[in-house]
Design a protein around this ligand. Structure first.
Ligand SMILES: C[S@@+](CC[C@H](N)C(=O)[O-])C[C@H]1O[C@@H](n2cnc3c(N)ncnc32)[C@H](O)[C@@H]1O
Length: 163
C-alpha cells in the first residue's frame, strides 16, 4: 500500500515486541554485525534468484551473533510426489517459469552445500511433506494457500501454456 500511495503515511499496529523495518536481504540489512541470537526466514523461494541466495546466506550470517541459530524454511517445487497428471503439468510449468527467471525451484536441496560454503556450522536438516489431499486441517489450509497462489499466477501460466 505504501508503494501504491506514496503521498500517504502508514503506521503499523503490532504487539510492542514486534518491529518491522524495510530491508533487502540481498543487500545490506539495516543491522550491525552480531545483532541477533535467532533468525527465522520462511518462503523466500520465489523472491530470490540463484546469486541472491548466496548473498542472503552471507548477510544472515553477518547479523547473527556468534553461537546463534538461523532457521530457514522453504519449499521444494521440483520434487513433488504422488501427483496426478494435471498437477504434474502445473509443476513443470511453475518450475520452468521460475527457472526462466533464474530462480531455483528446488532450492531446499541446494541449501546444504550453499550453507556449508558460506561458513555456517552444525547444519541440521529436516524434511517435511506437505500433503494436499484434504484429509486434515493442515492439509486443507495448505490446499487453500496453494490454490489461491496458483489462481494469482494463472495469467502468467496461461501465457506460457494455454492448456
Ligand atoms: C511468500 S512471503 C513469506 C512471508 C512470511 N515469511 C511467511 O512465511 O509467511 C515472501 C516474503 O519475502 C519478502 N521478500 C522477497 N524478497 C525479499 C528480499 N530480497 N529481501 C527481503 N524480503 C524479501 C516479500 O516481501 C514477502 O514478504
Amino acid at each position: 500500500m505504501a508503494k501504491e500511495y506514496p503521498n500517504s503515511e502508514f503506521r503499523g499496529v503490532d504487539p510492542d515486541n514486534c518491529e518491522f523495518v524495510i530491508g533487502n536481504i540481498t543487500e545490506t540489512l539495516p543491522y550491525k554485525d552480531d545483532t541477533f541470537d535467532f533468525i527465522h526466514q520462511r518462503i523466500l523461494l520465489v523472491g530470490l534468484a540463484n546469486s541472491n541466495w548466496d548473498k542472503c546466506l552471507k548477510e544472515l550470517l553477518r547479523v547473527l551473533k556468534s553461537g546463534g541459530y538461523i532457521e530457514i524454511i522453504d519449499t521444494d517445487y521440483k520434487n513433488v510426489i504422488n501427483t496426478g497428471p494435471l498437477m504434474d503439468k502445473m509443476h513443470i510449468l511453475l518450475c520452468w517459469n521460475l527457472e526462466s527467471r533464474d530462480i531455483p525451484a528446488g532450492i531446499p536441496l541446494q541449501l546444504e552445500e550453499r550453507i556449508n560454503r558460506t561458513g555456517y556450522i552444525n547444519l541440521v536438516e529436516t524434511r517435511l511433506f506437505l500433503p494436499l489431499n484434504h484429509s486434515s486441517k493442515a492439509d486443507k489450509l495448505m490446499w487453500q494457500d496453494y490454490y489461491h497462489g496458483v489462481l494469482n499466477i494463472r495469467p502468467l501460466m496461461v501465457k506460457y501454456n494455454p492448456e
